[in-house]
Design a protein. Structure first.
Length: 202
């Protein structure tokens, strides 16, 4: 008999579109993030990489956010998942979320990228070469630059959470990687030389 989590993976894999697909991914993400055991079980499921990729490439941002949550949880617990997702192209949609997504989407993408970089030299290189470092450096200032001085406390909180996840991602990418450390320094120098409203180009 399949487990409840296995059934949720099946639902996400089979849901075609619309509200049913959004609900399937949302329920899956909530379950995968709930406990360490659930994230380990999800990462061990042969369908998990494809389900995550399908979600990350969805047109609906809610589905992309849910998929990024699944990536974050599975990547934290399973080195094999980190490599498999990267090899199948999972880094590019996460970088795109960090570059152009809402605050929530960018934060989830940054967190997922951070966990994909843990103990993986190959992923650190792939994220750097895929514009991920520039995207994360931009996130450190994006929300602050966009917010007026009279921004609400909620928006300020969201901005701080976004910057915290971006910093976490950069820290993971720079651990033991001299090329990434140099790239971050250069990116920061480039940002300081630009007008306040500008971001790093891809």
């Amino acid at each position: 008999m399949s487990s409840p989590l296995s059934a949720l993976v099946a639902d996400a894999a089979s849901a075609a579109h619309g509200e049913a697909r959004r609900m399937a991914y949302g329920m899956l993400a909530n379950s995968v993030e709930a406990t360490k055991e659930a994230s380990v079980q999800f990462a061990a499921d042969a369908r998990c990489v494809d389900v995550c990729l399908r979600g990350l490439e969805a047109g609906d941002e809610a589905i992309r956010v849910a998929a990024a949550k699944c990536v974050k949880a599975a990547a934290k617990r399973a080195p094999a998942f980190r490599g498999a997702l990267a090899k199948k192209g999972g880094i590019a949609p996460l970088v795109a979320m960090a570059e152009t997504g809402s605050v929530e989407a960018a934060m989830r993408a940054a967190w997922a990228l951070a966990n994909l970089a843990v103990d993986s030299a190959a992923n650190k290189t792939a994220i750097r070469e895929g514009r991920g470092l520039a995207a994360l450096v931009n996130l450190l200032r994006r929300q602050r630059a966009a917010s007026p001085l009279a921004a609400s406390s909620l928006r300020n909180y969201e901005g701080e959470a976004l910057r915290e996840r971006a910093a976490q991602g950069l820290d993971a990418l720079c651990q033991g990687d001299a090329k990434n450390q140099e790239a971050v320094v250069l990116a920061c120098v480039e940002i300081k030389s630009r007008a306040p409203h500008e971001m790093l180009s891809p």
